[in-house]
Design a protein around this ligand. Structure first.
Ligand code: ADP
Ligand code: MG
Length: 412
């Protein structure tokens, strides 16, 4: 895979697939992280006099022109952050856009309207991909957070362009994740939690894969209770839907628990047993109690909503003993202050330990951002939730594969 360091940059017309998918309210852009993270690529291209055409999606308008998802709203934020005078065009393909591209001067930026206004984006339509990069010299993928999707701006456009490479943000994300395979960073610890559990893109598959690739896996969050059930612990009503509807689907519960038995046995056989919660904060009839699994189980009416102090201590020790920690998924129902302690304790431990940490997952990052902030240079906050999960699962990212593809696929 080429990066911006491997391609000729001097005045070219460059199509950049960015991830400017920020949420916008009446107060404006809520969080500038994604725009800030995209800046290094724009800076490099503009320094070399390139004409930069920026493509992104926002939200899920899926083929409809929904004004609340218009990228027009990003002109001002981009002008501020990039210190630029960003042009805008109402459509990401077609004559008006081609004219706007032709009029671009050196170092100038043209922002295209939301690529998801076209349904061909979703279907990875080759002709749409060609139209996206029409007249371009180079395709740059900097949208790590969308690389797990086979969409036209991610795959078809990359393959249709005369040349393709990774932008700075994508390069950085992949470099950070690759540290997991770097012997200098061992021992490695993966901490996996949250509530997106079963199914082909669930976190069970991640644990299954990570057992083979890192030195130790700790399982927390709702996910952990599958493994506890598999170890013979009763978990009360923990797996049934809570008031938000976050549940373990009954249909697959038995299969998933069976899969957990397999993973537990595999981890044992490899000599690196899973680190599971030893205690939980359990809500029973409106009261919170601490349940210690060494000598008790979750009462029949109880719902385990956070890890307990014993588990926090063992996680801290595991973090201290590691050189690299990859964390995805909160330890409990952190949206409720009463069940936030486990998640925040992990964030603080990562802020203090001497090693390197990679943290991802939409909810995980939201939960810990204010605790960790930008003060710890050895902590990398991943910009893509689903893409990180796909990577951790050991699966191919279509966006990355398209950058690696041999150009003759298109040209022969
Ligand atoms: P991420 O977005 O970081 O990948 P997930 O989407 O998998 O994480 O899971 C986040 C959700 O998991 C949060 O809404 C949190 O409340 C929920 N959660 C974690 N542990 C529990 C638990 N024990 N009981 C109920 N909800 C939980
Ligand atoms: Mg989530």
């Amino acid at each position: 895979m080429k990066t911006l360091d491997d391609v000729h940059l001097s005045g070219e017309r460059v199509f950049v697939r960015s991830e400017l998918n920020v949420s916008i309210s009446d107060q404006g852009v809520a969080d500038y992280t994604r725009i800030e993270a995209s800046r290094p690529t724009f800076d490099t291209l503009r320094e070399r006099g390139c004409r930069v055409v920026v493509c992104s999606h926002m939200g899920r308008p899926w083929g409809r022109r929904d004004p609340s998802k218009s990228l027009r709203q990003l002109i001002e934020p981009l002008n501020d952050i990039l210190d630029a005078d960003v042009r805008f065009v109402e459509d990401c393909i077609g004559p008006a856009r081609d004219e706007a591209v032709a009029a671009l001067g050196e170092g100038e930026i043209l922002l295209l309207e939301n690529v998801r206004y076209h349904s061909e984006e979703n279907s990875n339509d080759p002709a749409f991909g060609e139209a996206l990069v029409h007249g371009m010299d180079l395709y740059v993928n900097d949208a790590f957070g969308t690389c797990h999707r086979s969409h036209a701006s991610i795959v078809a456009a990359a393959l249709a362009a005369p040349e393709r490479c990774a932008g700075r943000l994508l390069q950085r994300e992949l470099t950070q994740l690759e540290l997991m395979h770097n012997p200098d960073y061992r021992p490695t610890l993966a901490v996996i939690g949250g509530a997106k559990i079963s199914g082909k893109d669930g976190k069970l598959s991640i644990v299954e894969n990570l057992v083979n690739t890192v030195d130790q896996v700790a399982v927390i969050g709702k996910l952990a209770y599958y493994f506890l059930i598999a170890s013979g612990i009763e978990v009360g009503v923990t797996m049934s839907a809570d008031t938000r509807g976050i549940d373990a689907p009954d249909a697959s519960l038995a299969d998933d628990v069976e899969a957990c038995r397999g993973v537990l046995a595999q981890a044992q056989a490899l000599g690196k047993p899973l680190l599971l919660p030893v205690d939980s904060v359990v809500n029973v009839d409106g009261r919170d109690v601490l349940v210690s699994f060494a000598n008790e189980m979750v009462p029949a009416a109880g719902r385990a909503l956070d890890i307990g102090p014993g588990t926090i201590e063992s996680l801290k020790a595991a973090i201290e003993a590691s050189n690299l920690v990859v964390w995805n998924g909160p330890a409990g129902y952190f949206e409720e202050p009463a069940y936030r302690a486990g998640t925040l304790a992990i964030a603080r431990a990562l802020g203090r330990f001497g090693g390197h940490a990679v943290i991802g997952g939409g909810d995980t990052v939201a939960a810990v951002a204010s605790t960790i902030g930008e003060v710890h240079p050895s902590i990398h906050i991943c910009t893509g939730g689903g893409a990180m999960l796909t990577w951790l699962m050991g699966a191919e990212l279509p966006g990355v594969a398209a950058l690696e593809a041999v150009p003759s696929i298109q040209r022969s």
